[in-house]
Design a protein around this ligand. Structure first.
Ligand SMILES: Cc1cc2nc3c(=O)[nH]c(=O)nc-3n(C[C@H](O)[C@H](O)[C@H](O)COP(=O)(O)O)c2cc1C
Length: 343
């Protein structure tokens, strides 16, 4: 490493220090949990490479999560986290599984945490990370005792909010980053962007899309090939067809599955109209649909009819490569960018 590069690396290491301390890692990069993709192999590979892997619990039962945590522990002795979804019917039992395994960090996704869940997670000894898609929510979560925030913009893959990462980062980081570690997510494909968010006060970043084509990722070869071929403009958000049925938009590569989702929404909206199901059940059916469609693409390799959830950074995914190489590239790019700063 030449002197210039080492100055950039030292700057990067200083800017990541807070995030690394919080996560217990060498690198303040979280591998965002991705249902079906973020299982033991990818999670352990990210943690072994110095980052922070997160198991996607998604629709797992407590028994499956128990086995997945044990399996991950068998592959790494480095810290990793577990992502739980707030609307999971067995949330309490899943928190108990995390407690049993002394999981160090729980990432709670899917809206405001239900009553008691924050206390239960903190009582388990885990640090709690929550998504803050708006300033008011960031402040509310901080008052509730959350330990860190993820600020994720609409460039991300999977379920997204309406605001871009760059705007959320500008709104939220200056206000709260001094008081709580904030990890920025959504649309990050290269290290220059990581350097930028660190300079704005982020403790670190979370990336999902960039890790899908890791050699260690179990995603089907067809799924990986679709990522490698795609450009940013192909990663589009789903459209809500019925105003009475609020669906959270999902960003994915456009395919026949996109049309199937439109048909599914019509079917659920009709059942709602006919009084056959209540709104909560309607929304649950939509979420189950996504989980099934994602499995079909990730595991079965049906990239025509399944859901190829992907963020806009998909255009920067060029090949299948080991996690360690992905993280090394991101860190080199970030260090080189910081090298150009005045100090
Ligand atoms: C295929 C895929 C599946 C995802 N599944 C989940 C999930 O189950 N839970 C969750 O909290 N986030 C999920 N995400 C979001 C990621 O955790 C992460 O925050 C996001 O990918 C970051 O943005 P990026 O894709 O632009 O890097 C998913 C993303 C992708 C691409």
């Amino acid at each position: 490493m030449n002197e210039q590069a080492s100055t950039g690396a030292a700057r990067l290491s200083r800017r990541m220090a807070r995030g690394c301390e919080f996560l217990g890692t060498d690198v303040a990069i979280l591998g965002g949990a991705m249902s079906w993709v973020s299982e033991r192999n990818l999670v352990a590979a990210i943690s072994n490479a110095g980052g922070f892997g997160v198991i996607a619990c998604g629709a797992m039962t407590p028994d499956l999560l128990d086995a997945e945590i044990a399996g991950t522990k068998a592959l790494t002795d480095k810290p990793f986290g577990v992502n739980l979804i707030t609307m999971h019917p067995d949330l309490t039992a899943l928190i108990d599984v995390c407690r049993k395994h002394a999981v160090g960090h729980v990432v709670l996704a899917g809206g405001l945490p239900p009553a008691g869940s924050i206390d239960a997670i903190k009582a388990s000894g885990a640090k709690l990370i929550c998504f803050a898609p708006a300033m008011a929510l960031a402040k509310k979560l901080m008052r509730s005792g959350v330990d860190a925030l993820v600020v994720e913009g609409m460039e991300a893959g999977g379920h997204v909010g309406p605001v871009s990462t760059s705007v959320l980062a500008q709104e939220i980081l200056p206000e709260v980053a001094a008081d709580i570690p904030v990890f920025v997510a959504g649309g990050i494909g290269r290290g220059e962007a990581i350097a930028g968010y660190l300079d704005m006060g982020a403790a670190g970043v979370q990336l999902g899309t960039r890790f899908v084509c890791a050699t260690e990722s179990i995603a089907h070869a067809h799924f990986k090939k679709a990522f490698i071929r795609a450009s940013a403009r192909e990663a589009v958000t789903s459209v809500q067809v019925d105003p009475r049925l609020p669906v959270i938009p999902v960003r994915a590569l456009k395919n026949a599955g996109t049309e199937l989702f439109t048909a599914k929404q019509r079917e659920v909206a009709q059942a709602l109209d006919e009084g056959k199901i209540a709104m909560a059940e309607a929304q649950l059916q939509i979420e189950h649909y996504w989980a099934g469609a994602l499995r079909r693409a990730v595991i079965d390799g049906d990239i025509e009819h399944g859901s190829i959830m992907a963020g806009q950074s998909v255009g920067m995914v060029k090949k299948e490569e080991p996690v360690a190489d992905i993280i090394a590239s991101l860190m080199d790019e970030a260090a080189a960018a910081l090298e150009k700063r005045a100090m």
